[in-house]
Design a protein around this ligand. Structure first.
Ligand SMILES: NC(=O)c1ccc[n+]([C@@H]2O[C@H](COP(=O)([O-])OP(=O)(O)OC[C@H]3O[C@@H](n4cnc5c(N)ncnc54)[C@H](O)[C@@H]3O)[C@@H](O)[C@H]2O)c1
Length: 295
């Protein structure tokens, strides 16, 4: 909107909250539509960022059939809309399309290692079909598609109770509760800060590059290291404890971002600790607000 665009946000508020966009309500270029994208949408637009989907395991496992519908019927609706109005469409895919990868780091040419009937399949396979649909519409309907394979992202306005590692560790550390590591803690992840992702999504939309592109921060740490980093940044008395491993938890995760660097001239700018400090401050402020409400 600061660049002069008119923006229409479409959300069914399954995991999203109106408070995240309330500072835009009333702005002349802003519109908010409460709608589920599993139902057809009729609007006039030039570009579609199709980000709608539950994103964390507890949210996407809450109703697996609905997760599949959002990523298949919902994606067909977004691609159909793009076809009707001649818009470009960017699909938010995920590093989960690589499953528990046998190739490390993961380049976009890797086809993945996904369990099609495991607990994460509704999301992983849903996103894989979403990609397949995008290229079917590109080939047969001449829709201009962009596919972003997003790796773990965090930042202010994320869902505090999404059950993912960053939010779990920060909340536990801020509440002086034990920090729970599932499995050996030797599994690795790499976390990017939300502003880097947004820059990458816009660069991808504006580029002429139509193959999938990884967007993530390649700085890789074990979960044990993350627990220690977050505990040190937050301070407090939390102990780091182990719990049994989660089914189908990927063991290694690190994006190969050569494509994004080559075709989008993009790479992450925000360092791990710098980004985590901003997310921790957001969590602190939200906890303070909710404590004030209950007093
Ligand atoms: N955050 C990450 O680490 C990450 C990693 C990989 C991919 N992604 C993808 O990026 C996108 C955004 O994720 P996020 O982390 O911002 O999650 P989020 O939960 O904050 O945002 C997703 C939004 O989609 C909405 N939504 C869900 N189902 C819908 C439906 N049927 N109709 C309309 N709206 C619906 C939710 O209410 C929410 O506002 C998702 O597609 C997700 O799969 C995120």
């Amino acid at each position: 909107m600061k660049a002069g665009h008119d923006i229409t946000v479409v959300d069914n508020f399954f995991t999203g909250v109106k408070a995240n966009v309330e500072h835009w309500i009333g702005h002349a270029n802003f519109e908010l539509i409460h709608q589920d994208i599993v139902n057809p949408l009729f609007v006039e637009v030039d570009e579609i960022y199709h980000l709608a989907s539950p994103a964390s395991p507890p949210h996407y496992m809450f109703n697996p059939v609905k997760t599949i519908k959002t990523n298949t019927i919902g994606t067909i609706n977004m691609l159909g809309l793009a076809k009707r109005v001649g818009a470009k469409v960017l699909i938010a895919s995920t590093s989960e399309v690589y499953g528990d990868p046998e190739v490390h780091p993961q380049p976009e040419t890797y086809w993945g290692h996904v369990n099609p009937i495991g607990p994460r399949a509704c999301y992983d396979e849903g996103k894989r079909v979403s990609e397949t649909l995008s290229y079917a519409y590109a080939k047969h309907e001449k829709v201009s598609v962009r596919v972003a394979r997003i790796f773990n992202t965090h930042g202010p306005r994320m869902h505090m109770n999404d059950g993912r590692v960053v939010s779990n560790f920060i909340l536990q550390a801020l509440r002086n509760e034990p920090i729970t590591v599932y499995g050996s803690g030797k599994q690795t992840r790499s976390f990017q800060f939300v502003s880097d992702l947004v820059d990458g999504l816009i660069a991808l939309m504006e580029s002429n590059y139509t193959q999938p592109v990884n967007l993530g921060n390649p700085t890789e740490h074990t979960i044990n290291e993350f627990a220690k980093i977050i505990k040190d940044l937050v301070g407090g008395e939390s102990q780091i404890i182990s719990k049994s491993a989660v089914e189908d938890d990927p063991q290694r995760r690190k994006p190969d971002i050569t494509r994004a660097m080559t075709y989008l001239n993009w790479k992450p700018k925000v360092g791990l600790k710098e980004g985590l400090k901003m997310t921790i401050n957001y969590f602190k402020e939200e906890l303070r607000k909710s404590q004030n409400k209950t007093q």
